[in-house]
Ligand binder design. Structure first.
Ligand code: ADP
Ligand code: MG
Length: 213
């Protein structure tokens, strides 16, 4: 059993921001093929803003819900692209999922992933198979729940989530987009990974490393 305090969550946002920043050019290149080439910049701006905002909170006064709500607000303000409201909703829902907790236990982390995936889906209305970040987030949340339900420890469940996200992002290469800019391309999007699914893998992998302890 692990418990995750607010300092760990603040560190998690710093880890995501660093990994997304390192991944920026690849994400822009992926978006350049089937979108408008800004995805890496949008994600870098969003996570840098979230990182700075949560780092500025008083750790003694901020609970996990405050951390996620603060991240949501700053991400939304920093990002004009469609990923802005999608991740902002994910973090708002994460905050709601852990409401009242001073520290997170294993089951809370599972609830957090589920809430984030559901938030992105509710906000963007994408179904699985529509070549979006949902194709990484949904299988990740599902795999995490399945692993935890089977008695796998948190580190194992997080690893299952990251593996499922990677497989899901890979599978977007064979999809035609039903949502977002790339839906205008029809079959011309075939063979190319969705940038939002690619960045979701980076986010989930950074979360795995931070939360597995
Ligand atoms: P924009 O398309 O406004 O330039 P970004 O480049 O930041 O926004 O993000 C593009 C990514 O957003 C896509 O690759 C896709 O994964 C995701 N996306 C777009 N629309 C939706 C939606 N309705 N639901 C889920 N994800 C979406
Ligand atoms: Mg874009």
């Amino acid at each position: 059993m692990t418990t995750i305090d607010t300092a760990r969550l603040v560190a998690m946002f710093a880890a995501i921001a660093a990994d997304i920043s390192a991944d920026r050019d690849r994400l822009c290149a992926l978006d350049g093929v089937i979108g408008d080439a800004d995805h890496g910049i949008a994600m870098e701006l969003g996570f840098a803003a979230a990182r700075d905002a949560v780092a500025g909170l008083d750790p003694a006064a901020a609970d996990p819900t405050t951390i996620f709500n603060t991240a949501a607000k700053s991400f939304l303000n920093a990002v004009g692209a469609s990923s802005g409201p999608l991740y902002a909703t994910a973090f708002m829902r994460a905050g709601a999922a852990v409401k009242g907790k001073a520290e997170l236990e294993d089951a809370d982390v599972v609830a957090l992933f589920r809430a984030m995936a559901k938030g992105i889906q509710d906000r963007g209305k994408a179904e699985a198979g529509e070549k979006t970040m949902i194709d990484a987030w949904l299988p990740a949340a599902q795999a995490m729940g399945d692993a935890a339900g089977a008695g796998t420890d948190l580190a194992g469940a997080l690893a299952a989530a990251a593996d499922a996200a990677r497989a899901g992002a890979e599978a977007t290469k064979d999809m035609i987009a039903g949502k977002g800019r790339s839906s205008r391309l029809g079959e011309r999007a075939l063979g190319h990974m969705d940038p939002g699914a690619a960045s979701a893998v980076t986010v989930i992998e950074a979360m795995r490393r931070s939360l597995a302890g």
